[in-house]
Design a protein around this ligand. Structure first.
Ligand SMILES: [Zn+2]
Length: 66
């Protein structure tokens, strides 16, 4: 059986666009959202750290460097 696992992170970040003709030249912020999905088979490896999982969320976080 295959399953999708999704990790979602959101963060706020500010920037400005120096040569923009309108208000974007002033500092302003945006909300960003990143979704990472992985599809795979559930591990049936007895005694494995990831037994019963498609992937360990800790490993997804490591891949996302958060
Ligand atoms: Zn902007």
């Amino acid at each position: 059986m295959h399953m999708d696992v999704t990790k979602i992170i959101e963060w706020d970040m500010g920037h400005r666009v120096p040569n923009h003709k309108n208000k974007c030249r002033h500092p302003h912020g945006h909300r960003y959202r990143l979704e990472v999905s992985m599809r795979g088979a559930i591990s049936l490896e007895k005694g494995s750290s990831s037994e019963g999982m498609v992937v360990d969320f800790g490993d997804i976080k490591e891949l996302m460097r958060i």
